[in-house]
Design a protein around this ligand. Sequence first.
Ligand SMILES: NC(=O)c1ccc[n+]([C@@H]2O[C@H](COP(=O)([O-])OP(=O)(O)OC[C@H]3O[C@@H](n4cnc5c(N)ncnc54)[C@H](O)[C@@H]3O)[C@@H](O)[C@H]2O)c1
Length: 378
Amino acid sequence: MPKKLRLGVLGGGGDSLIGVLHRVAAHMYDSYEIVGAVFNPDLNHNLAFAEQIGISTDRIYPDFDTLIEKEMQLPESQRIQVVSVLTPNFLHFPMAKKLLENGFNVICEKPMTTTYEEAKILRDTHKKAGTVFAVTHTYTGYPMVRQMREMIKAGELGRIHKVDARYYQGWINPIIHDKEQRGKVWRLDPKKAGISSCMGDIGVHAFNMIEFTTGLRIKSLLCDFNYLYDDNVMDVDGTVLVRMDKHVKGVIRASQVATGEENGLAITIYGEKAGFRWEQERPNFLYKLADGVPVQLYKPGHPYNSKLSLDGTKLPPGHPEGIFDAMGNIYRGVARAIRKEAYNDGEFPTITDGVRGLNFIEATVASHKGGNVWVNLD
Ligand SMILES: NC(=O)c1ccc[n+]([C@@H]2O[C@H](COP(=O)([O-])OP(=O)(O)OC[C@H]3O[C@@H](n4cnc5c(N)ncnc54)[C@H](O)[C@@H]3O)[C@@H](O)[C@H]2O)c1
């Protein structure tokens, strides 16, 4: 097989937030080459962007259906092998489903779909397709998040008592108070975002981080949303009490109106022997908290780290690893899986994580709308 995988991209145009992260990540380990795309729905913008970033316009298509149709006419040795789906949420399901049905590998942004039902259908489609499917819960790619997971797995915290994940942003504050401004943001439009803004966009990352790092599952939750205005149908803030296995309880706090907050994702897991704390805005520091001893600091790249963590570190200790590296690590795991090479458990979030995410999002809405009641997850 040639060295680079042939990558297609849907969404992620020059006007997008997340496109550049995926492009840099895909190229980080020299594993992918972008050969085809629909970067955005306007063909002229699409072509202009491809030219701007130096990609041949031969396989820049006017829309997603044409991409599939034309690519399927190419011999397998030239056809796109894996497609990144980076569009607003409502397009993930139709795009990912058709890609799987036509035998493509898929890297899909979160939330994987807009409903739990769709997520389960996609899981069935994926099962039949047998290709690789990843959901980009980016934060699982950080070396110190991986280290936290591996140390918890090795029993460093002992019995887990409490989980606390917070994801605070403030960017909707300047928008939410003006009805006209609100109408321009797809994340506040249920037709494009799905039934939740705050939990669907960022709370789901916090949920995923808890399950990724502890290896435990959230069994039930109780959620209280804030919409700030009666005529706003999308949550912009929420607090979720969670119950897990083995008497583990905790809280997920998410907000898009935490004024002045930037990308404040943080997770703390407390156990019988110790606790671990990690913050996205200082991702190279993993703190271990314990009774009667000073706080211990773990950093990337040192031999004391686990294989999973070290595998995601490219340079010697002291060279900061950031969000591009985290996404690059996920892309590398996907490349290994597509090439049927050995890879570590936890190298990329799978369709199971995507389905769990939708189960969580719908449960938070059901809990809030049901009068802040406890709701079980499957
Ligand atoms: N993993 C993460 O941490 C993370 C961070 C940000 C966004 N996201 C997710 O990434 C996705 C995109 O978010 P964003 O902030 O980049 O959105 P955005 O609005 O900034 O960009 C969306 C892009 O999709 C394109 N697009 C829209 N309709 C299209 C169509 N029919 N065909 C092809 N392209 C189309 C737009 O032109 C634009 O380039 C969302 O699902 C979001 O939840 C994930």
